[in-house]
Design a binder for this molecule. Structure first.
Ligand SMILES: Cc1cc2nc3c(=O)[nH]c(=O)nc-3n(C[C@H](O)[C@H](O)[C@H](O)COP(=O)(O)O)c2cc1C
Length: 186
């Protein structure tokens, strides 16, 4: 698992190569297997391979969605807001499970944030997508995961680069406080 986590980097440039049906099936399985609060499965997935639709999705917000243009597959994650108050968490877990499954198949992926983003002054990015994909009113869009074969890859992470100052033991310790505690043998 750590090896997979070290390798997974956001991919924003994709080859036009289509993703094999069997690989898409595995992505779907990873999404459906992801844990959900009270096992309510509040998250649903809209798979888009249609180039015109993907191009429209790439315009769902002014910045950070254009990478979708070259992606052969976009998975739109939507949460049923009436089923649970933690649909965001449910959908987020599914999103990262899809990204890790993609990486395990040598596919690249990138999260495109939709929730809380605007399409225009008067329309949210989620409303724009809901209209495009006929999404019912009791669902909200969390994000879109762009997936495809990588044309370029960022460097893998390394264990040496991890910032352990973000990890606290027993109580929250400010960095300075921590250094003093170590010096004083506490
Ligand atoms: C909640 C979330 C929202 C993100 N939104 C976007 C986005 O809208 N557009 C984009 O290009 N990347 C987006 N990303 C990707 C991050 O920029 C990327 O994960 C981060 O810079 C770390 O790089 P890495 O994925 O290569 O480790 C998002 C990632 C997360 C987890």
């Amino acid at each position: 698992m750590i090896d997979l986590l070290l390798k997974r980097r956001s991919t924003r440039l994709f080859s036009p190569q289509k993703i094999e049906t069997a690989k898409i099936e595995k992505l779907v399985q990873s999404a459906l297997l992801s844990p959900t609060s009270r096992n309510l499965h509040s998250c649903e997935f809209v798979l888009i391979e249609d180039e015109v639709k993907i191009s429209k999705l790439s315009k769902s917000k002014p910045h950070g969605a254009s990478l979708l243009t070259g992606a052969p597959l976009a998975i739109v994650l939507i949460g049923n807001t009436e089923t649970t108050d933690v649909w965001i968490e449910d959908a987020s877990i599914a999103a990262i499970d899809i990204q890790l499954e993609a990486e395990s198949q040598e596919l690249g992926s990138c999260w495109v944030q939709i929730r809380g983003r605007k399409y225009s002054e008067n329309q949210s990015a989620g409303e724009y997508i809901a209209a495009l994909l006929d999404i019912p009113h009791n669902y909200e869009v969390l994000a879109i995961i762009a997936v495809g074969y990588k044309t370029s890859t960022s460097e893998n992470y390394t264990l040496e680069s991890l910032n352990y100052s973000r990890v606290h033991k027993e109580v929250f310790q400010e960095q300075k406080d921590r250094e003093t505690r170590v010096k004083d043998g506490r």
